[in-house]
Design a protein around this ligand. Structure first.
Ligand code: AR6
Length: 172
Protein backbone atom coordinates (compact mmCIF):
# COMPACT_ATOMS: atom_id res chain seq x y z
CA UNK A 1 0.00 0.00 0.00
CA UNK A 2 1.08 3.52 -0.57
CA UNK A 3 -0.12 7.07 0.12
CA UNK A 4 1.32 9.84 -1.95
CA UNK A 5 1.09 13.40 -3.12
CA UNK A 6 3.23 14.78 -5.93
CA UNK A 7 6.54 14.68 -4.09
CA UNK A 8 5.92 12.82 -0.81
CA UNK A 9 4.97 9.15 -0.49
CA UNK A 10 4.46 6.84 2.47
CA UNK A 11 5.35 3.26 1.54
CA UNK A 12 5.69 -0.01 3.40
CA UNK A 13 8.88 -1.96 2.70
CA UNK A 14 12.60 -2.53 3.12
CA UNK A 15 14.66 0.61 2.53
CA UNK A 16 17.71 -1.35 1.36
CA UNK A 17 15.78 -2.34 -1.78
CA UNK A 18 14.73 1.18 -2.71
CA UNK A 19 15.95 2.39 -6.09
CA UNK A 20 16.26 6.04 -5.12
CA UNK A 21 19.38 8.22 -5.35
CA UNK A 22 19.91 8.28 -1.59
CA UNK A 23 18.63 6.32 1.37
CA UNK A 24 18.86 7.71 4.88
CA UNK A 25 20.34 5.58 7.64
CA UNK A 26 19.21 5.79 11.28
CA UNK A 27 22.73 5.52 12.67
CA UNK A 28 24.37 6.16 16.04
CA UNK A 29 27.00 8.78 16.87
CA UNK A 30 29.90 6.41 16.16
CA UNK A 31 28.68 5.74 12.58
CA UNK A 32 30.25 2.31 13.00
CA UNK A 33 27.10 0.28 12.42
CA UNK A 34 24.59 -1.39 14.69
CA UNK A 35 21.31 -3.29 14.54
CA UNK A 36 17.96 -2.43 12.95
CA UNK A 37 17.98 -0.49 9.72
CA UNK A 38 21.65 0.47 10.25
CA UNK A 39 22.65 -3.21 10.31
CA UNK A 40 20.54 -3.98 7.25
CA UNK A 41 22.07 -1.10 5.26
CA UNK A 42 25.64 -2.09 6.16
CA UNK A 43 24.97 -5.75 5.27
CA UNK A 44 23.74 -4.89 1.79
CA UNK A 45 26.22 -2.06 1.11
CA UNK A 46 29.22 -4.20 2.08
CA UNK A 47 32.41 -3.61 4.06
CA UNK A 48 33.39 -0.50 2.10
CA UNK A 49 30.56 1.39 3.81
CA UNK A 50 32.07 0.77 7.25
CA UNK A 51 35.44 1.95 5.93
CA UNK A 52 33.89 5.17 4.57
CA UNK A 53 32.06 5.77 7.86
CA UNK A 54 35.24 5.17 9.87
CA UNK A 55 36.96 7.96 7.90
CA UNK A 56 34.17 10.41 8.79
CA UNK A 57 34.81 9.79 12.49
CA UNK A 58 31.30 10.10 13.93
CA UNK A 59 28.26 12.36 13.79
CA UNK A 60 26.49 14.27 16.60
CA UNK A 61 22.80 13.61 17.25
CA UNK A 62 20.59 15.65 14.90
CA UNK A 63 23.27 16.06 12.21
CA UNK A 64 23.85 14.16 8.95
CA UNK A 65 26.79 12.89 6.89
CA UNK A 66 26.97 11.39 3.40
CA UNK A 67 28.81 8.38 1.94
CA UNK A 68 28.49 6.37 -1.27
CA UNK A 69 26.01 3.47 -1.23
CA UNK A 70 28.52 0.91 -2.56
CA UNK A 71 26.57 -2.32 -3.27
CA UNK A 72 23.16 -0.80 -2.50
CA UNK A 73 20.76 0.11 -5.32
CA UNK A 74 20.97 3.69 -3.93
CA UNK A 75 24.01 5.69 -5.04
CA UNK A 76 24.32 7.49 -1.69
CA UNK A 77 23.65 6.89 2.00
CA UNK A 78 22.88 9.87 4.22
CA UNK A 79 23.64 8.89 7.81
CA UNK A 80 21.76 10.75 10.50
CA UNK A 81 21.60 10.16 14.24
CA UNK A 82 18.20 10.34 15.86
CA UNK A 83 17.64 11.15 19.54
CA UNK A 84 17.20 8.45 22.16
CA UNK A 85 13.73 8.92 23.71
CA UNK A 86 14.13 10.14 27.30
CA UNK A 87 10.53 11.07 28.01
CA UNK A 88 10.23 14.10 25.74
CA UNK A 89 11.83 16.77 27.93
CA UNK A 90 15.36 16.45 26.58
CA UNK A 91 14.91 18.26 23.26
CA UNK A 92 14.00 15.05 21.43
CA UNK A 93 11.45 16.69 19.08
CA UNK A 94 13.89 19.43 17.99
CA UNK A 95 16.64 16.86 17.46
CA UNK A 96 14.39 14.61 15.39
CA UNK A 97 13.31 17.60 13.26
CA UNK A 98 17.00 18.43 12.76
CA UNK A 99 17.64 14.90 11.47
CA UNK A 100 15.04 15.30 8.72
CA UNK A 101 15.97 18.91 7.93
CA UNK A 102 19.74 18.31 7.82
CA UNK A 103 19.32 15.16 5.71
CA UNK A 104 17.18 17.05 3.21
CA UNK A 105 19.71 19.94 3.13
CA UNK A 106 22.58 17.52 2.54
CA UNK A 107 20.62 15.85 -0.28
CA UNK A 108 19.98 19.23 -1.89
CA UNK A 109 23.67 20.21 -1.58
CA UNK A 110 24.60 17.01 -3.39
CA UNK A 111 21.99 17.55 -6.11
CA UNK A 112 20.12 14.43 -5.02
CA UNK A 113 16.61 14.44 -6.44
CA UNK A 114 15.09 11.34 -4.83
CA UNK A 115 15.53 9.98 -1.33
CA UNK A 116 13.99 7.60 1.17
CA UNK A 117 13.85 7.85 4.98
CA UNK A 118 13.27 5.10 7.54
CA UNK A 119 11.36 5.88 10.75
CA UNK A 120 14.33 7.47 12.53
CA UNK A 121 14.45 6.76 16.32
CA UNK A 122 11.33 4.52 16.17
CA UNK A 123 13.18 1.25 16.91
CA UNK A 124 15.92 0.79 19.50
CA UNK A 125 15.84 4.52 20.38
CA UNK A 126 12.23 4.20 21.57
CA UNK A 127 10.60 7.37 20.17
CA UNK A 128 6.78 7.13 20.39
CA UNK A 129 5.80 6.23 16.84
CA UNK A 130 2.78 8.55 16.50
CA UNK A 131 4.80 11.59 17.55
CA UNK A 132 7.76 10.64 15.38
CA UNK A 133 5.53 10.06 12.35
CA UNK A 134 4.00 13.51 12.77
CA UNK A 135 7.45 15.13 12.95
CA UNK A 136 8.66 13.15 9.92
CA UNK A 137 5.72 14.15 7.71
CA UNK A 138 5.65 17.81 8.79
CA UNK A 139 9.39 18.38 8.60
CA UNK A 140 9.77 16.69 5.22
CA UNK A 141 6.86 18.76 3.86
CA UNK A 142 8.54 21.97 5.07
CA UNK A 143 11.89 20.88 3.64
CA UNK A 144 10.34 20.01 0.27
CA UNK A 145 9.10 23.60 0.13
CA UNK A 146 12.58 24.86 1.05
CA UNK A 147 14.38 22.64 -1.48
CA UNK A 148 12.39 22.69 -4.72
CA UNK A 149 15.08 20.70 -6.60
CA UNK A 150 14.26 17.58 -4.56
CA UNK A 151 11.67 15.77 -6.63
CA UNK A 152 10.59 12.89 -4.44
CA UNK A 153 10.81 11.64 -0.86
CA UNK A 154 9.63 8.25 0.30
CA UNK A 155 8.91 7.64 3.99
CA UNK A 156 9.58 3.92 4.28
CA UNK A 157 7.69 2.03 6.97
CA UNK A 158 8.92 -1.36 8.12
CA UNK A 159 5.76 -3.12 9.26
CA UNK A 160 2.11 -2.27 9.70
CA UNK A 161 2.31 -0.46 13.06
CA UNK A 162 4.68 2.13 11.64
CA UNK A 163 2.76 2.33 8.37
CA UNK A 164 -0.55 2.99 10.17
CA UNK A 165 1.02 5.79 12.25
CA UNK A 166 2.46 7.41 9.13
CA UNK A 167 -0.82 7.07 7.28
CA UNK A 168 -2.53 8.98 10.12
CA UNK A 169 0.19 11.66 10.20
CA UNK A 170 0.03 11.96 6.42
CA UNK A 171 -3.70 12.68 6.41
CA UNK A 172 -3.46 15.37 9.13
N1 AR6 B 1 13.98 -0.91 6.07
C1 AR6 B 1 13.24 0.09 6.60
N2 AR6 B 1 13.07 0.27 7.92
C2 AR6 B 1 13.65 -0.62 8.74
C3 AR6 B 1 14.45 -1.70 8.27
C4 AR6 B 1 14.60 -1.82 6.87
N3 AR6 B 1 15.32 -2.80 6.33
N4 AR6 B 1 14.89 -2.40 9.35
C5 AR6 B 1 14.39 -1.81 10.45
N5 AR6 B 1 13.64 -0.73 10.09
P1 AR6 B 1 16.19 1.30 14.39
P2 AR6 B 1 16.69 3.85 15.79
C6 AR6 B 1 12.88 0.22 10.92
O1 AR6 B 1 16.21 0.55 15.65
O2 AR6 B 1 15.49 3.64 16.64
C7 AR6 B 1 20.89 0.91 15.48
O3 AR6 B 1 21.52 -0.13 16.18
C8 AR6 B 1 12.51 -0.23 12.32
O4 AR6 B 1 11.38 -1.09 12.27
O5 AR6 B 1 16.88 0.75 13.20
O6 AR6 B 1 16.93 5.19 15.18
C9 AR6 B 1 21.80 2.12 15.25
O7 AR6 B 1 23.15 1.75 15.08
C10 AR6 B 1 12.17 1.11 12.95
O8 AR6 B 1 10.82 1.47 12.61
O9 AR6 B 1 16.79 2.80 14.57
C11 AR6 B 1 21.59 2.91 16.51
O10 AR6 B 1 22.42 2.45 17.55
C12 AR6 B 1 13.11 2.09 12.26
O11 AR6 B 1 13.66 1.36 11.15
C13 AR6 B 1 20.14 2.65 16.85
O12 AR6 B 1 19.82 1.39 16.27
C14 AR6 B 1 14.25 2.59 13.12
O13 AR6 B 1 14.66 1.56 14.02
C15 AR6 B 1 19.23 3.67 16.25
O14 AR6 B 1 17.93 3.45 16.71
Amino acid sequence: MRFSSDRLAVVEGDITLMAVEAIVNAANESLLGGGGVDGAIHRVAGAQLLEACRKIGGCPTGEARITPGFNLPAKWVIHTVGPVWRGGGAGEAQLLQSCYRNSMALAAENRIKSLAFPAISCGVYGYPVDQAAHIAVQTVRESLAAFPAIESVKLVCFGKIIFDAYQTAYSQ
